[in-house]
Every structure is written in C-alpha cells, then in structure tokens.
Design a protein around this ligand. Structure first.
Ligand SMILES: C[S@@+](CC[C@H](N)C(=O)[O-])C[C@H]1O[C@@H](n2cnc3c(N)ncnc32)[C@H](O)[C@@H]1O
Length: 292
C-alpha cells in the first residue's frame, strides 16, 4: 500500500480524496493553510499516523504537519497553476523531497463530465429519444461546444446573460466574489467556438425570461450550470416538464460545497415534483444526471 498526502482541503482536494483508490493508496492526512478547515492541529509523527479505514476522512491539518507523515507522494489538490506551484514550493521549503501529482494536470487531462456527456448522447441517439438540446449557464461554451459536437443534428438552445450573475439571483446565495465572475464572455465568442453554429439558438439575457416563446420545444438532453439556487430551480421547473421520456438533465455542482444552492434547488424541486431518478457523478465538480 502506497501512502499519500493531499494538499488543499477545498472542494477539489476533498473531491479528489473521495476518488482515491483505497485498495492501492492510503491517504495519511490532508494539509491546508486555512485554519478553518483543520480538524487536527497536532503534529502527526510517522509513528502515530492514525489508521484510516476506507471512506473515513483523515486528519485535516496545517501543511507542515501533514508532510511530517512522510508520504510516498503528495497530491496538490488545487486547480490554478500558480496556486499549485506556490503550494509545491511551500512543501519543498517544509522539507518534502518526494514526487508531486497535480490535480490541475489530471483535471485538464481526464474529463469525466465530458465523457459522461458523450456516453449520454450515444444512449439518447441509440434509444431514439427525440428532442432538442439546451444549456442554461454557458459562459465561454466549454460544455456547449461538446453538446453541439455530440448532437450535431439537433437544435442547441443556449441561455446565458453573457454578463455574469444577475443581482436578483445573488440575493439567496453568498454574494462575495461571485458578483464579478463570468463577465468575460459574449454570445459571439461562444458561437465562434461551436463546430455546428448553424444549429445553435442563443438566448442572451436573464433566464427564465429568455425562455419566453419556447413553450412548445421539447428536449432530449439539457445541461444546467447556472451555479446558483434561483436560476437552477427555474431551469428544473422549465426543462423537466419539457424533457421527453428517456431524456436526461446534467446538473452541475449538485455535490459541490462551493455552490450549495445547486443541491438545495434540486431538493426543493423534488418537493414539488416528487422524487427524481437521479445519479450522482464522481467528477470533481459533483455533478449529477437526472433521467426522466
Ligand atoms: C459556471 S458558468 C457556466 C460554465 C459553462 N457551463 C461551461 O461549460 O464552461 C455559470 C454561468 O451561468 C450564467 N447564469 C447564472 N444565472 C443566470 C441566469 N439567471 N440567467 C442567465 N444566465 C445565468 C452566468 O452568466 C455564467 O456564465
């Protein structure tokens, strides 16, 4: 059994921890610079490393203490390149001389959510599920591009303000830094990235207002990625009744602690609609798939 320390106890680090193959690797500790995340601020010496059973969360402690476990490898559980580099430098300074794996490299290399989308598209085509495809929350079109590629014959409806979050939706969720996120995009930029732009209908503006006039459209696949409670609940209320049987909705961030509004919206929607057939995915963003 090889041993591992994860540095970074945020959404990504913890999601990576959940993905570790416990048959081959033992996670000794998770290190973080944020004291609010620590569950253990004691020194962990190699002699008293707690035995962690699979499924149990190991101690979350300061970076230096985590490295005192002398792991075989350190996984840098952050996304940004610069932040990852800083954390590696900190680990080296603390005396760690072993190898690093960067979660950001694995994330850019292996696309669990994109692959799920491909498999879902194949299934929808094989089962001859009729309907259009749509995404609410497009930003620069990473997911929209894949949807357009995997459903080349279907109309793709794209809903976004293309100016970031709307004040009305930020009331319920934490405002903080989110006010300025996702503004650096445009409908033209997204259209320019699509392999089949002639199949796209771009609805720029505030959803659900931008769904006006589309009452009769039915869908086979929908991606919901507006991050926040209010537009996600509005998205489920709009698209689920218009989803053809066998169709699927990919909900981003369902199990993402950074965006708790996503799960709350699904739960509140279930209170009205009854229980959904929902499969959580093991991607780093905590997505889920709802099947009708
Ligand atoms: C996480 S980003 C989407 C990322 C995108 N799915 C991708 O694949 O990269 C969230 C987007 O949701 C949009 N959004 C959030 N609430 C919205 C609303 N009520 N109406 C329209 N767009 C909204 C934001 O403008 C932002 O571009």
């Amino acid at each position: 059994m090889k041993t591992l320390v994860i540095l970074g106890a945020g959404q990504m680090g913890m999601a990576a921890f959940e993905l570790i193959n416990s048959a081959s690797w033992q996670v000794l500790a998770i290190g973080d610079n944020d004291p609010d995340k620590w569950t253990c601020s004691q020194d962990i010496s190699p002699s008293d490393i707690p035995v962690i059973c699979p499924g149990q969360i190991p101690p979350i402690c300061p970076v230096k203490e985590a490295l005192a476990c002398h792991p075989d490898m350190v996984l840098i559980g952050l996304m940004g390149e610069e932040r990852s580099r800083k954390l590696m430098a900190q680990a080296r300074q603390a005396g760690y001389g072993g190898t690093f794996t960067l979660l950001s490299d694995l994330y850019s290399l292996l696309d669990v959510r994109g692959r799920t989308l491909r498999l879902a598209a194949d299934r929808i085509r094989d089962q001859k599920i009729p309907g259009c495809v749509a995404e609410l929350g497009v930003y620069k079109g990473d997911t929209a591009r894949l949807m357009n590629l995997f459903f080349p014959d279907r109309t793709l409806y794209l809903f976004d303000t293309f100016e970031g979050f709307d004040e009305r939706d930020l009331v319920r969720d934490e405002i903080g830094m989110r006010k300025d996120m996702f503004k650096d995009t445009s409908a033209d930029l997204v259209a320019g990235r699509l392999p089949f732009p002639e199949k796209a209908v771009i609805r720029k503006g505030y959803f659900p207002d931008t769904a006006e006039g589309l009452d009769d459209i039915r869908y086979a696949f929908v991606s919901l990625d507006p991050d926040l409670y209010a537009p996600l609940l509005a998205g489920l209320s709009w698209f689920y009744p218009r989803l053809n049987p066998g169709g699927m909705i990919l909900v981003h961030d369902y199990n993402n602690k950074q965006f708790p509004g996503a799960k709350m919206a699904v739960q509140d929607f279930e209170k009205e609609s009854g229980p959904l057939k929902l499969i959580p995915l093991a991607d780093l963003h905590g997505s889920c798939v709802i099947i009708k």
